[in-house]
Structure formats: C-alpha cells, structure tokens
Design a protein around this ligand. Structure first.
Ligand code: CAO
Length: 436
C-alpha cells in the first residue's frame, strides 16, 4: 500500500522551514523512525523521521526548498500490519510524553512526528543517566552536517556522542542529551564530590601502604566537602575572660561529682549557647534554599563534636534548654563515653540545631570550625590560658577562653555573628546576667 508522508506539526507557531538535507532517495528501504530529512525553522533545526517502515517511492523535497506543515514530502510503500498509522503513532507519542520522567526508556523508539525540541527534553532525561559511550572508531561519526555544526557550536566532540539512530547515526537530540549529561555530571561533581585529582604513584618516592577508608571517614569526607563547597563560611573570633567562671567550676566540681556529673567548660557552654540561641533565633535555623525559606526551630538540640578512635562523631543533647547544667554535664559525659565505646545509636546523632566543638582539652590557640549542615552555625573553643590583663595600672592574671564562631553567611550577616559571639563571651564572663 502506498502512503503519503506529510510534514508533521513541528512546534507551536512554526508553519514552515527550509530543507537542509534529504537523507533518502527513491528506492531506499527505511525503518519506522529513521530520519528522512532535516530542516531549519526559525526555532530550531529538526529532523523529520519516517512514520512508517517501507520503501520510498517518491521524494518531493530537495535541499534549500521551503516546505510547509502538512505538505506531502514523500510517498512510501508499506506492507500491511507491520507499519503504524500516523494517528496511532501520535497516540503512542502522547502517552509516552505523559509518562513520568523516571520511566525507563523503551529499547526501540517509536515512530513519531517531528519532535518539538522544547517538549522532547523531559523525555530524554532517562537516557542522560544511562550514557552509552560511542565505541572507539577511526571512521568519522555518522551525523549530518547540521548535527556536526550544532555539536561544534556548543563545544561537544561529535565522536564522543552515542548515536541513537540506525547504525549509530547521531541526531540533534543525541548531541543535546550528551551536552546535558556533561553539564549534569559537572554539577553533581561540584554538588558533592570534589573533582577527582589523578594521584601520582607515591611509591616512586618511597614506601607507602594503603587502607580502605572507614564508613565514618567516607561520610565525614562527603559531609565536610558538601559543607565547604555549599556554605559561604565566615569565622568570627572572640575571647571570654572565664576566670570567675572557672573558679566557680573548681569550687562546685565536687558538688556536681556527688550527683554523678563532671562539671566541664563544655557543659557550661551548652547552657550559655542555648540562651544565646533563644536570643538569636537565626543561629538555630536552617535554610531551605529550594523553597527560598528559613526554617526556625523552636527546640534546642545541641550537638557536641566528640573525638573518637573511629573519627569525629557528633551526638546530640536534646532539649538542652530544659536541662540544668548538672543534667547536661551527666548527659554529655554519658554521650561522649558511649560514642567512644561505639554504643551510641544513630538517631542520637541526628536532629542537632547547633554544634559545639571544644578542642581545648587537647590544646591549640584557635581554629576555624566547619558548619555542620543543615545547621547554620558552629562554635569552636580552644584551650583557655592565663594571660596578663591590664587593669587600673596593674597587670593581673586572667583565664581567657578563645572562641571561634563559623556561620553560614547566606543567612547570617557579619554583624549578627559578632553580636552573637560577644553575647556568648559576656555570658561566660558574667553568668549572673543569664538570670536577668
Ligand atoms: N580550655 C582549657 N581546658 C579545657 C577546655 C578548654 N577549652 N576544655 C576542656 N578542658 C579541660 C576540662 O576542663 C578537663 O579538665 P579537668 O579534668 O581539669 O576538669 C579536661 O580538659 C578534659 O575535658 P574533657 O574532654 O573530659 O571534657 P569536656 O566536657 O571539656 O569535653 C568533649 C568533652 C566531648 C568535647 C571532649 O572530650 C572532646 O572529645 N573534644 C574534642 C572535640 C573535637 O574532636 N572537635 C573537633 C571537631 S572538628 O574536627
């Protein structure tokens, strides 16, 4: 049976175009969906696929000719049931378009009218995630000049593009899919993982050993990389004179011990931080960048960085605002011990709203902590040391605690950071103020 092939609808408001290349001639046997010709419209360069499988009997177009939607461009001899009617094809195409983007692509593409490049993008998302690398070959990649031109214009090496057409022929959509995959891969790389650096052979310079990274180390590496690349960090530095506070701590150590608590600087700091968070709610918030919203939390779950032989872990003291310093001290000790002895449950390390990292027990004068997303701020504490302070003509020894506050500058401005940390320092210097 002889069938007419019409120029199908291309996209909204496109009624005609110029033929750029005719790929078939009379007598050619074509498959359904095989590209018959290419044309330029004012919107895009598109390929016209055959709606039927069969033998071309007439060709009514030539390069450079202007053609209109609906015009008969070819005639084809088709055999019975094997070929699809154009209206069936359109139905199939509509169904395919309405499927969610996550549906796996069919192995063989159905015959369809000329695609609207804008609509077609969605359907091809699947294929982007399943790249098929073009087999290495010395032969030039099979693609029409206009496809090559497109690849050249957008900086894609046509030889890298997997072709989806007959015999691996590359069409425009293949080039676009490939370009999209390159962009997606680059984005994923910058979203989470650093670009992979080619490592040299270290054994050239001396003996080396290798060991697998533990799961905790891998999670830490990913989390910190994510934080580092996605959060614009600022670290505000201050110091608190904790002379009186430490005297109070030393005096009350035994009282706390009688209740089973070790009264440490960290335990006191938890309480001070909670009071600061109440006064500066942004520091207890998270950013929902997709929704362009700030999420303020009405609970105060303080994470404490704990150094373990497995690496850094951050258990959380829940509802620290509802606990006394002694209760916090008991819980902190218990959490730190269980974290180190691997008895901590995963959910005890979730839901923190702010983190404290105290390296003062180990040493150091300052460091810049990294925000622990989705939190927006973290306080680092270094070792308190005795320093001379000039006071009314005299130098007097004072115990000074270095404080470092890193925060997410997308949400917190420098002035907020300075105010928050000053408030914390003053609260440590004059804790009575907390009762006011
Ligand atoms: N300055 C001076 N001394 C400090 C101090 C500070 N900033 N912080 C703690 N100390 C003292 C304590 O007072 C204690 O001394 P005493 O025994 O005389 O009272 C001693 O150091 C040890 O304290 P601690 O470590 O037992 O208890 P803590 O509550 O201060 O700290 C914890 C608990 C869990 C924070 C701590 O053990 C820890 O693991 N710190 C490391 C945190 C970490 O790894 N941070 C890095 C994160 S980023 O990689």
């Amino acid at each position: 049976m002889i069938k007419e092939i019409h120029l199908p609808e291309i996209s909204e408001n496109v009624e005609s175009g110029d033929v750029t290349e005719v790929m078939v001639q009379v007598g050619d046997v074509v498959k359904a969906d095989q590209t018959l010709m290419e044309m330029d419209t004012d919107k895009a360069n598109v390929e016209v696929p055959s709606p039927y499988a069969g033998k071309i009997t007439e060709v009514h177009v030539e390069s450079g000719a202007e053609i209109k939607v609906g015009q008969v461009i070819m005639r084809i001899e088709v055999e019975g049931e094997a070929s699809k009617e154009p209206d069936q094809t359109e139905e199939a195409d509509k169904e395919e378009k309405s499927e969610p983007a996550t549906t796996a692509p069919e192995p063989e593409r159905k015959s369809k009218p000329v695609p609207n490049p804008e609509q077609k993008e969605e359907k091809h998302i699947d294929r982007i995630h399943e790249p098929q690398l073009a087999p290495p070959s010395d032969k030039p990649a099979p693609a029409a000049p206009s496809v090559r031109r497109l690849a050249r214009e957008i900086g894609i090496d046509i030889n890298q593009v997997p072709g989806s057409g007959a015999g691996g022929r590359i069409n425009q959509q293949d080039v676009k899919d490939f370009a999209r995959k390159v962009v997606t891969d680059a984005k994923e790389t910058s979203d989470l993982h650093m670009p992979q650096m080619e490592l040299p052979d270290f054994s050239k310079w001396g003996e080396v050993t290798r060991e697998p990274m533990s799961k905790i180390r891998q999670i830490t590496a990913d989390g910190l990389s994510y934080s580092w690349v996605s959060i614009p960090h600022v670290t505000q530095i201050d110091k608190a004179d904790i002379t009186e506070l430490d005297q109070f701590r030393q005096k009350n150590k035994s009282v706390a011990e009688a209740q089973g608590a070790k009264l440490t600087t960290t335990a006191i700091l938890v309480k001070v931080i909670v009071e600061a968070l109440k006064r500066f709610p942004k520091f207890n918030a998270s950013i929902d960048i997709k929704a362009k919203e700030i999420i303020y939390k009405k609970y105060y779950h303080v994470g404490i960085a704990v150094d373990t032989d497995r690496g850094l872990l951050v258990p959380v003291i829940r509802d620290a605002d509802q606990k006394s310093i002694t209760e916090i001290a008991i819980e902190l000790n218990d959490l730190a011990e269980r974290t180190r002895s691997r008895k901590i449950a995963p959910d005890e390390m979730q839901g923190g709203t702010f983190t404290i990292s105290n390296l003062g027990g180990i040493g150091g004068t300052a460091f810049t902590p990294i925000v622990y997303p989705p939190q927006v701020a973290i306080i680092g504490v270094s070792r308190a040391s005795m320093v001379p302070k000039y006071d009314e003509g005299d130098w007097i020894p004072r115990l000074v605690l270095p404080l470092m506050l890193s925060y997410d500058h997308r949400l917190i401005d420098g002035a907020d950071g300075a105010r928050f940390l000053r408030w914390v320092a003053e609260a440590l210097e004059h804790p009575i103020g907390l009762l006011m």
